[in-house]
Design a protein around this ligand. Sequence first.
Ligand SMILES: [Zn+2]
Length: 69
Amino acid sequence: MKKKNKSEKVCPCGRIITDPKNKTGLCPKCQKTGVNIGGALGLAGIVILVKKHSGKIMKGAINVVKNLK
Ligand SMILES: [Zn+2]
């Protein structure tokens, strides 16, 4: 059995993080992946917001049409 150094950080992917200044707990490769996932989630959030907003606009438009009749 190999003893693990307590100060040694290991990335979830299994890579040992050699950078002592690393505070994320992720290796550089996973940091990039994390940024990509974060960006994708942000994009998904924007799409959801736009969809919600467009739904409101649609309802508003329907109300305007009803009021015109
Ligand atoms: Zn990693």
